[in-house]
Design a protein around this ligand. Structure first.
Ligand code: FA5
Length: 347
């Protein structure tokens, strides 16, 4: 046998052995081992290339080509087997896995309303049932509406009660309470009777602490008509407190001072946690403050377009965050606008 025939026979045998071994490969690990053994750097087919210099010069091209052909054949066989294995493992997975159409769907994360928005909606719903309409008024207000027309002229000492954020425009402030909305509502409705609530954000330039924020909501209450009395105010607030906190709760109006109401009072509710006996929430006093109120001052009635000789009215300003704090036992008002999801997601 010539030298060339002998080497070709050897190649043929190498190829045959590799292909036979490939038929026994059953998984990815075996396939990898086969590739290392038959196509790796020290595989028999690769050794033909390193032996080339040993052959006579004129034979080298043919032997080189033949070795290359064996290598290509093995590579193609390897690729074919790899695809076969992949297809069969996919087949196995498909036949072993079943879609359980009875499984419950995955829950999509849903946003929800901010606790302040929720309590505002609750307060509005209660007063809505009593016949109060929602009236919106702006958060950026004139000094005139926020103070002057509410009987608080410039340099009046009562201005100290509301630390104010002033804007760069003279005479324009961020409203310190919802009471300026009283003037807007009255001027729109006078001389007709009115019963409105004004919910919304208010701003005060003050040091924050557990019960004071520099931005917080208020809900203003305003009723104007003929023969409206302090008793109507007390009845309305008592009814509200019972609907909000429970049928047993008592309301106390404690004398106070606001320039835009006369007489004026702070609204306290009996602590619904201890029934008025005194606990940590009411700090032992048995009562919790939720807002201010009073009979609309004749000067304010006149500024709103009503004749104080014919009309009377009551007004109140409630603090929804404070109400939510009592209702849900929230210890610090700063949680509301702190943006901490661990707090917000509880509501
Ligand atoms: C007023 O703002 C009056 N405009 C209320 C009023 C309206 C009186 C109509 C008479 C007639 P006062 O400053 O007390 O009053 O605020 C009312 C309520 O807002 C407080 O009882 C409290 O619940 C809430 N509040 C006041 N300041 C803050 C604050 N810094 N942070 C959170 N809530 C506050």
């Amino acid at each position: 046998m010539s030298e060339e025939a002998a080497i070709r026979a050897e190649m043929e045998q190498t190829q045959q052995q590799a292909l036979t071994a490939l038929q026994t490969v059953q998984n990815e690990a075996e396939l990898l081992a086969w590739r290392n053994a038959h196509l790796g750097r020290t595989a028999p087919v690769m050794l033909f290339f390193s032996r080339l210099p040993q052959f006579p010069k004129e034979l080298r091209p043919q032997i080189g080509q033949a070795a290359n052909q064996v290598k290509l054949t093995l590579e193609a066989a390897y690729e074919a087997r790899r695809q076969e294995l992949q297809a069969s493992s996919l087949q196995q997975r498909l036949s072993s896995e079943r879609v359980d159409v009875t499984l419950p769907g995955r829950r999509l994360p849903l946003g929800h309303l901010h606790p302040s928005t929720q309590i505002l909606a609750e307060i509005c719903a209660i007063f809505g049932e009593m016949g109060f309409q929602v009236y919106r008024s702006p958060e950026v207000e004139s000094d005139e509406n926020n103070f002057e027309l509410l009987n608080i002229p410039a340099h009046h000492p009562a201005r100290d009660m509301w630390d104010t954020f002033h804007t760069t425009r003279p005479g324009v402030v961020l409203r310190t309470h919802t009471s300026p909305g009283q003037i807007r509502a009255m001027r729109q409705m006078a001389p007709n009777p009115l019963r409105v609530i004004l919910p919304g954000m208010t701003y005060r330039y003050e040091q924050t602490n557990a019960s004071h924020e520099s931005q917080f909501n208020q809900v203003e209450l305003l009723a104007i008509g003929q023969n409206i009395t302090f008793g109507d105010l007390q009845g309305t607030l008592t009814d509200f407190a019972r609907r909000m906190f429970g049928a047993e709760v008592h309301v106390r109006l404690r004398p106070s001072y606001f320039p835009f109401t006369e007489p004026s009072a702070e609204i306290d509710i009996e602590c619904f946690l201890c029934g008025g006996k005194g606990c940590t929430v009411c700090k032992g006093g048995g009562w919790l403050e939720i807002g201010g109120c009073g009979m609309v001052h004749p000067v304010v009635l006149r500024n709103g377009g009503y004749d104080p000789a014919r009309f009377t009215g009551f007004a109140a300003g409630l603090g929804p965050e404070r109400i939510a704090m009592l209702k849900y036992r929230i210890s610090d008002i700063r949680y509301f606008f702190g943006g901490d999801l661990r707090f917000l997601e509880q509501f």
